[in-house]
Design a protein around this ligand. Sequence first.
Ligand code: A2P
Length: 340
Amino acid sequence: MSEKKFNVAVAGATGAVGNQMIACLEERNFPVKSVKFLASSRSVGRQIRFRGDMIPVEELKEDSFKGIDIAIFSAGGGPSEKFAPCAAKDGCVVVDNSSAWRMDPQVPLVVPEVNPHAIADYRNKGIIANPNCSTIQMLVALNPIRKKCGIRRIVVSTYQAVSGTGKKAIDELFDQTRAMINFLDWKKNVYPHRIAFNCLPHIDKFMENGYTKEEMKMVNETRKIFEDKSIGVTATTVRVPVFYSHSESVNVETKEYISAEEVKKLLAHAPGVRLADDPANNVYPLAIDAAGQDLTLVGRIRQDESIPNGINMWVVADNIRKGAATNAVQIAEILAKDYL
Ligand code: A2P
């Protein structure tokens, strides 16, 4: 990292991802000159600790970004759509965790282990988009395979933690679970059905084609990040009663044959990956092992015996860290080191 230091803002600083972004800036020793923590007017008066100092939360406004070099946003799509251009106008580069800008052809969509070169396109609009959590971990696991033998098609089913919906959903799973095991009435506010002791095949809203928006994000973002419109992707995304870490069953059809053993060897040395694949000793990726760290765990790697060139695997990562905050801070690190 260069000696240069930066004025950094975090928008959505009081949320589940925003909190982790602040922790990542600290943990990874980001070259911070000053920090500014932004949220809605509801949070004004709160303070958040950063490197031993208590920083007052300010309201996110159009003029919040004067003098700021890098702003990391996780305040939801609406605020990103409205305020990211204001930040860019004031000369600040935005790394945005919402889905607002991801499919804008002018805006790079970046997983640092996969397409760090795309960061250069931040110059178009002053905005870099952070991909969807489920897409990030899948592509970290698949990129070495894509590079080695090409990918024709991906079939993915996800098992996604409630923290992806934000703090209110974490509380909802906790409250419903406590109510259920105490034989009390339970309430639902965040999800359309009870999430405790249940699985909901419904993440984000339904689209006209019968898929959910989350499923279509996995399709479209994969093609954009891999810079390959020909890759077939089909997804079923499911919310499960887990607090942290998304798990995914990934089936990939490659262009050229690769054995399961070769895939294991490739992934054992792949950036951002930890191979967890020793079924004889009950070793495979678990949500509870992925939580609280930044690597994508991959295991249960085996041949898909129903087609000539197929591999199955189980991919797990902390959705708040690698799926959101860490990926955004990694992008900011490259930006700071190579571009600003
Ligand atoms: P606040 O805490 O003041 O509501 P989560 O996804 O965990 O629910 O967090 C969402 C984050 O985005 C919070 O920091 C929240 O602030 C912030 N946020 C939501 N809506 C707005 C808005 N309209 N303007 C600024 N910040 C917002």
